[in-house]
Ligand binder design. Structure first.
Ligand code: FES
Length: 192
């Protein structure tokens, strides 16, 4: 099967190793360099969280994932993006969040695979605390109001956040901040 390896920008080319003709990046390198298109974006809702306020995002083809009029506060909607095997949730938290879309900046989307060892976070959203988790494997919980930062548990990396855009009543996924568990780069196949 053909890998959909994302080309990286020239200035970061020395950070990457070629392997069998495709570029491979470590998670850190990916986070620093981004994907097919790299943009420095400012998402800070909470002053002082430097990493959260400045994040690099990788863009992918825009995909409609839900309608504003169909969203209910605290009720997540599942969707796959940017590939079929990547499961995410979209949720209107009811409180402002880092990277939140919409008039109240409270609509966010995150990947549902734990960044520690890939545990499934499906069905673990807690609307009263705006968290995803605890992970069934080692109990990590992620704070969805702060870019998916680890609130407690074994994981050390935030959940990948899906970048959203709203146009009229339509909510689109347009990119990913972070690297989904199991990917050495955001290819169409998992690396392990
Ligand atoms: S896999 Fe989720 S905490 Fe270990």
């Amino acid at each position: 099967m053909t890998h959909k390896t994302i080309p990286v920008q020239h200035e970061h080319a020395h950070d990457h190793e070629h392997e069998g003709g495709r570029l491979c990046m470590s998670r850190r390198q990916f986070l620093l360099s981004g994907g097919s298109a790299v943009a420095l974006i400012s998402l800070g809702v909470f002053p002082g969280t430097t990493e959260a306020a400045q994040a690099l995002k990788a863009t992918y083809p825009r995909q409609k994932i839900a309608s504003l009029s169909g969203l209910k506060t605290g009720v997540p909607v599942e969707f796959n993006y940017p590939y079929e095997d990547i499961r995410n949730i979209l949720v209107k938290l009811g409180v402002p969040a880092g990277g939140g879309a919409g008039r109240e900046q409270d609509i966010v989307a995150f990947n549902q695979q734990c960044t520690h060892q890939g545990g499934p976070l499906d069905g673990t959203f807690k609307p009263q605390h705006q968290v995803l988790g605890p992970c069934p494997l080692h109990l990590t919980t992620f704070d969805l109001t702060r870019h998916g930062m680890v609130a407690s548990g074994h994981a050390t990396e935030s959940l990948p956040q899906i970048v959203l855009e709203i146009q009229g009543d339509d909510i689109y996924a347009v990119g990913v901040m972070g690297l989904v568990y199991g990917y050495s780069a955001m290819t169409s196949k998992r690396s392990a």
